[in-house]
Write a protein that binds this ligand. Structure first.
Ligand SMILES: *Cc1c(COP(=O)(O)O)cnc(C)c1O
Length: 412
């Protein structure tokens, strides 16, 4: 048996281990030196905003008004080419795809684009690509939502929770949208009678304890309608929690006004899931909106989508999930991109997602680690995809693989 180690020896071993640990993230620290993200890009983004405000002849007050942001969404190449450098081919391609799939970008979200980067990850999410137009594969409704809708506006795929689609409108139309079939040409709030039917459905189904208000984007409704919906839902005794899905925290953080925050603070427990896909989207302005919401007491989560050319990179995903925690948003899901027609250029192999998960666990805070999920076809539900940590098992032991790939025996 080894002799008892002295305090000094133990501390030396700890120092050696700490040095090894530094090595484990040396490559990540190197990658960070050149990785753009919202906080280190902010001064350039402010320059972009100045240019865009000038073009629209807008005041700072206009810019901070979400109605102004919505009204001045960029929807034509005529305006876009004044704000971003585009060559003739790009303009033609945007117009071609635009004839098939609608597009709209809020001035705020446009300001996050680096005009000098043709591969800009923000641009890829909001400006139409010719790949959308030529993509004939995939499905309009890969999850078969039409078959899981017991009453219009409701999607029910699980026993204890369901979705109510409250509008088809969004502040920005994501190029990877999974519900582009419903975006159509016009912005439509779900008719009031349909919302009442949906609430009635929840009231009549006692096992539903969780309702998710989505769309489109739940925050496109006006404050009054949101307050009415939450009031009605709070009257249902068996309903335990409400949730919203909204990308406005990413694309139009100006939406989070004082009145909306007051309404939320009166309707706890309430959870909001947003949709950041890249660290460039996590800006000081986004932080302001998220902090404001966090102070109302709502829980904030993030649902990212794994997108080829945007975030299918372990270091980009690690950075994004760390940045999310800095703005009080807890990473919740990373979705594998579904086979939606017009979006196949964004799809990755499932293995890329598993590799991203492999590069999170152990390398960063457990809080920064979401669950990677595949949506089973036909609405059969979200299904987690995990790296394998259980290597083998015997009668009274298992073999486990650690985050650093050490295989060790564990008594069971
Ligand atoms: C995603 C989803 C939910 C919520 O699932 P969670 O795993 O609880 O976040 C509920 N209903 C439907 C139809 C969904 O697609």
């Amino acid at each position: 048996m080894a002799a008892e180690k002295s305090v000094n020896e133990k501390q030396n071993m700890a120092h050696q281990r700490a040095d090894e640990l530094k090595d484990a993230i040396a490559d990540y620290k190197e990658a960070l030196k050149i990785m753009p993200f919202g906080f280190n890009r902010w001064s350039q983004i402010l320059e972009n905003q100045k240019r865009i405000k000038n073009y629209f002849n807008a005041s700072d007050e206009d810019w901070e008004n979400w109605r102004w942001q919505l009204k001045n969404r960029i929807t034509t190449t005529g305006v876009l080419k004044e704000l971003l450098p585009l060559d003739k081919k790009e303009i033609e391609d945007i117009d071609t795809t635009g004839s098939k799939y609608r597009w709209a970008v809020s001035p705020y979200y446009l300001s996050l684009i680096d005009p000098d980067d043709p591969e800009d990850p923000v641009k890829k999410q909001c400006i139409p690509s010719i790949n959308e137009y030529s993509d004939e594969g995939g499905y309009d409704d890969p999850m078969g939502e039409e078959f899981t809708s017991p009453t219009s506006a409701v999607t029910r795929r699980y026993a204890d929770r369901l979705i109510i689609k409250v509008t088809n409108q969004c502040a920005m139309y994501c190029r990877h949208c999974q519900r582009r079939r419903e975006i159509g040409e016009n912005d439509l709030a779900t008719p009031h009678e349909q919302l009442e039917e949906a609430i009635e459905y929840v009231r009549n189904n006692e096992e539903v304890r969780d309702v998710l208000l989505t769309g489109g984007d739940g925050f496109m409704l006006d404050n009054q309608t949101i307050a009415w919906l939450l009031d009605e839902l709070d009257k249902i005794p068996h309903l335990e929690i409400k949730r919203f899905g909204s990308r406005t925290l990413v694309t139009m953080p100006q939406r989070i006004d004082n009145e909306l925050c007051r309404i939320f603070s009166e309707h706890l427990p309430l959870y909001i899931n947003t949709h950041y896909n890249h660290p460039l989207e996590i800006t000081p302005r986004a932080q302001e909106a998220c902090f404001k919401l966090a102070r109302t007491g709502v829980g904030l989560g993030n649902q990212a989508v794994l997108l080829n050319g945007v975030n299918n990179d372990p270091f980009v995903m690690r950075k994004m999930n760390q940045e999310l925690l800095k703005i009080m948003v807890r990473p919740y899901y990373i979705f594998h991109a579904k086979a939606v027609r017009g979006t196949s250029h964004f799809r990755t192999k499932v293995e890329e997602g598993i590799e991203i998960m492999e590069n999170l666990r152990g390398y960063t805070s457990g809080l920064a680690i979401p669950t990677f999920v595949v949506n089973a076809p036909f609405g059969l539900g979200k299904t987690p995809m995990l790296p394998e940590y259980l290597v083998s098992s015997g009668k009274d032991y298992i073999k486990i693989r650690t985050w650093q790939n050490k295989v060790v025996r564990y008594d069971n």
